[in-house]
Design a binder for this molecule. Sequence first.
Ligand SMILES: *[C@@H]1O[C@H](CO)[C@@H](O)[C@H](O)[C@H]1NC(C)=O
Ligand SMILES: [Ca+2]
Ligand SMILES: [Ca+2]
Length: 297
Amino acid sequence: MSTKGFMPIRVSGIPVGSEPVKRQKGRRTGLVLLAGACLGAVAVCAVLMPLVYFTLADLQVKVDKLIDERSQKGLEIHSDSLGETVNGNEDRHRRGAGPGDRPPPPPPRSGAVYVRWGKEMCASDVETLYNGVVGAGNYNHKGGSGNYQCLPLDNVEWNKTQAGYQHHSYMYGAEYQGGVGPFSTENMPEGITNPANYDIPCSVCHVVGRFAHVMIPARLSCPQGWYKEYSGYLMSSNYNHNSNSDFICVDGAPNLVPGSAANENGALLYLVEAQCGSLPNGPYVNGFELTCVVCTK
Ligand SMILES: *[C@@H]1O[C@H](CO)[C@@H](O)[C@H](O)[C@H]1NC(C)=O
Ligand SMILES: [Ca+2]
Ligand SMILES: [Ca+2]
């Protein structure tokens, strides 16, 4: 939560008519007047403009809080705010302020979001939007959904529920199947040798200032200029079960959900091995467990 950008010129994404908008608009008008006055008193303005600029910084903190509140209420602010940002830039051009009068461009306001499968928290320099457990359809069902979800465990919200089953699609928790394999046990409970049947945590990570993300199978490192978020192993459903699912990149040193060792099945996650043929034999090797890496830029 700590790395919110500081963006003095953005008035976007604020509910129209709310009090902070008026205040910020007022300050922007002040900025315009000041910019005009600058034509006559360049030296004075060289002192004043930065002051205005820094009071706007305080406002920005409040604005960011407001935006956070709105996002938490599930409101869509992104597309609105992008549009307004464009208009804002036009406004500044129309005013014709010289390059020396304008504050530097704002730092990036947001960034990429990805799921860190197998870890209950994102890296310390990355915002954990929420965390929870992996869920998907049942391994033994022919239909249902085929992609894994990161389901929150706290603040779960319902709306107009009806007890019992009336519908025909289900969400199950996911368990590790098979032994520890190539996974590191360093983040597992003390002394554990076999993570089989443990449920799998996940966290949803927001990395501020890096806007693209990609999961690369069969790699442990990122292309030059890209930042490695984490690496691990590809996992998916069993080829011989009724359901099929996406491949996901599970952290190579995963956590296990504490106390979840009971074998309850549901969704099941298996390591994925290469099968050569159509897949070239070299670089791929029959039976090798495929790695993966998640990169951002
Ligand atoms: C709950 O569901 C009703 C429709 O049954 C909807 O009108 C309402 O907006 C929903 N509440 C939320 C918070 O989404
Ligand atoms: Ca279990
Ligand atoms: Ca193998």
